[in-house]
Design a binder for this molecule. Structure first.
Ligand code: FES
Ligand code: FES
Length: 181
């Protein structure tokens, strides 16, 4: 039976089992490979997306549980890499191999939507579920602070570009993803 989803501001209809993890639907059914598969057990954070603005592990989220909710993936975070977190990540040159980074960015964006000026310990706490095998943690922390500095002016322009209060763009313009595999 077809399941109706709202992904990056766009309605999608998918014919998949209701208990299929959202990550499988995104990557295998819809071809949205910006969101990564790491562990499949909610242990690494590579699969992080936003569900109604909350950072969520899509590998353990049954697709039926997100019907009627707003799903945002790395592809929909902004139409043109202008989200403050994306700008900060580029400025600080955070990624090494890049595999974990879309999940890191989604967790950081969710953190800043809830706490626009996080401390080091608040950043570490919010990001601790996102594992980076390359050890980019120092740069991630620096980039979250930088994104916090960029957040206010950008939030205004994001609203002009159709983003909601979480900073997630809603016009479904494709975004070049970090390390799409
Ligand atoms: S793939 Fe979902 S947390 Fe690792
Ligand atoms: S940049 Fe390589 S795993 Fe994080």
């Amino acid at each position: 039976m077809a399941i109706q989803l709202m992904i990056n501001g766009k309605p999608e209809s998918v014919d998949v089992p209701p208990n299929m993890p959202l990550l499988w639907v995104l990557r295998d059914t819809l071809g949205m490979t910006g969101t990564k598969f790491g562990c499949g057990m909610a242990l690494c954070g590579a699969c992080t997306v936003h569900i109604d603005g909350e950072a969520t592990r899509s590998c353990i989220t049954p697709v039926s549980s997100v019907v009627g909710k707003k799903i945002t993936t790395i592809e929909g975070l902004s139409p043109d890499r202008s989200h403050p977190v994306q700008r900060a990540w580029i400025e600080v040159d955070v990624p090494q191999c890049g595999y974990c980074q879309s999940g890191q960015i989604m967790s950081a964006a969710s953190l800043l939507a809830q706490n626009p000026k996080p401390s080091d310990s608040q950043i570490d706490d919010a990001m601790k579920g996102n594992i980076c095998r390359c050890g980019t943690y120092q740069r991630i922390r620096e980039a979250v602070h930088r994104a916090a500095e960029l957040h206010k002016p950008s939030a205004k322009s994001a609203r002009l570009n159709g983003a909601d209060e979480t900073g997630d763009a809603q016009d479904n313009q494709p975004v070049e993803t970090v390390g799409a595999i």
